[in-house]
Design a protein around this ligand. Sequence first.
Ligand code: C2E
Ligand code: MG
Ligand code: MG
Length: 577
Amino acid sequence: MSEQSKTASAERSAVDRLRAACLLNGQTWWVWNAITGEASFSPEWCAFVGLEEESAYGFDAWIARVHPDDLDHVRRVFGAAELARTARFDVRHRMCLADGSTVWVHTRAIVCASGTGDAAEWMVLQTELPLWYGENDGTTGAELHDSVIGLPSRGLFLEHLSHTLLKYSRASGVSFAVIMVDLDRFALINSSLGQSAGDLLLRTVATRIVDVLRPADIVARIGSDEFGLLVEDLNDGSDALRVARRISETFSEAVNLDGQEVFVSSCIGVALGATHYQEANEVMRDAGTALKQAKKNGENAIVLFDQAMYQQAVSRLSVENDLHRGIERNELVLHYQPIISMNDRSLHGLEALVRWNHPERGHLSPAAFLPVAELSDLIRMLGRKVLEMTCEQIALWVEAGHADRLPPISVNISGRQFVHADFVDEVEAVFRRTNVDPSRVAFEVTEGVLMDNCDLVASILARLKRMGVHIMLDDFGTGYSSLSYLQKLPIDSLKIDRCFVRQMEEDQGSAEIIRSVVSLAHNLSLVVVAEGVETPAQESRLRDLGCDFAQGFLFARPAPSEEIEVWLTPTVAAKAF
Ligand code: C2E
Ligand code: MG
Ligand code: MG
């Protein structure tokens, strides 16, 4: 036998063994080369989805079968695995089969060949999930084995957890959590209603838990009446608490066990992923400690392992709830800060800055509540409100006869708000409702927003520009910049961050940065606003460096609308200086 035919035969027998192993495990498989885009599907996979082997070409053959509602998520998990070079991924999603039916599958992949160190050839395994998976009641699971409810075992859970620890080993903050859920009274139900009722109960509970989680989260049965959950992509501890609370709430509904309604409750222990964990067992130990404490606390208790983190998470949740109510009760107020011309100190713009008139805590500056709002969709609610209030104020000023002197008003837009799919439509609706011309408004966005989602941002900016909104780049110099976007994106002005202005007098470097930014901006036909000008010396230096406009306490502090009116009234404005 030639060397070549020996190699070919060894490859064939390796493939045969792989097929046999997959068949035994009830899995189908395919292989995908991320560089060439080629994919080869096993005959079993083709048979599973109902495709002729000849018609299964490339990655698209698989992606076309992923349920449209799960597609974004699957693509994200795949993309994240490639980017993070984690070399494996794991996702549950639905597939649409050729006969029109939908099934849940567990897709797992690992890079098995990578010449350059990049994720290149992916070995993908798919397992069909039990029929009851994704259903609201557990009654269709009768065909499942009593002892196996179809979830991963404790061993597999630990394997996933080890992988997750590795993935986040250099992450700062909390990015994942292990949540242990223990059923109260399970033993009692098992002994009084029988084991099959007990199994049905477990399947129902498992389904409810799975429903609360995202498809990429892992649920395992880690004890007779204990479930282990691994949830990832958290912003902080309060996200984990929220998941735990939702799970606990699913127990408020009775479980129907063959006609008999029973109520079960849960105790939940949570351990937050942190960098000091080296091994999966350590996280399990802490989640277990928290669970023990929860059992001591009584029915429906949720205990977070780390008390310091717990306090932080609880206080975040309470600020969130409080702010939500505050926005609804119109407790937000806007102050406006003038932006003036460096030539003659005439009014060039106003920046709307939000404050919270808290009924108990008094007047709060953005630093006290914006960071919390930024972590959730609350920032969108807040942002919408600020834009509405700004437009309403513009309408009032126009009505009061200030139309000619009223300059564009800048509104700060947070990243999360800006890239949301509904953002531009919502903005348009506000302009329409308040009957305000969009050219009376400028949006301030920061560099990070532009850099993180370049294509998406370009299309949003293009739509805003078509409407007539001005675009300003806020806090310029504090983020990481690729100067090429300044040219590509339709930006009108740069606001130089106040840290450069502050340092300018002691540090020649800062002055040089300002000089370069001004010259770059002017070459690109952008105007430059200096932020945080506090002294006449800073003002004259910035004028020498070529800045066009300035904003700062030297000229005016942010003030309520009534106080700003002096700037809009010709005779009084002249007296402002
Ligand atoms: P920013 O957009 O850079 O706003 C300028 C901040 O600098 C304001 O702080 C303003 O009061 C302060 N400032 C202005 N001149 C001077 C000065 O001469 N010296 C000093 N030391 N500070 C000066 P503020 O109002 O506390 O706002 C802080 C940040 O909060 C804003 O920074 C902005 O990023 C954010 N923010 C404020 N309102 C909103 C809003 O409605 N939505 C969003 N997403 N963010 C907002
Ligand atoms: Mg700003
Ligand atoms: Mg700024």
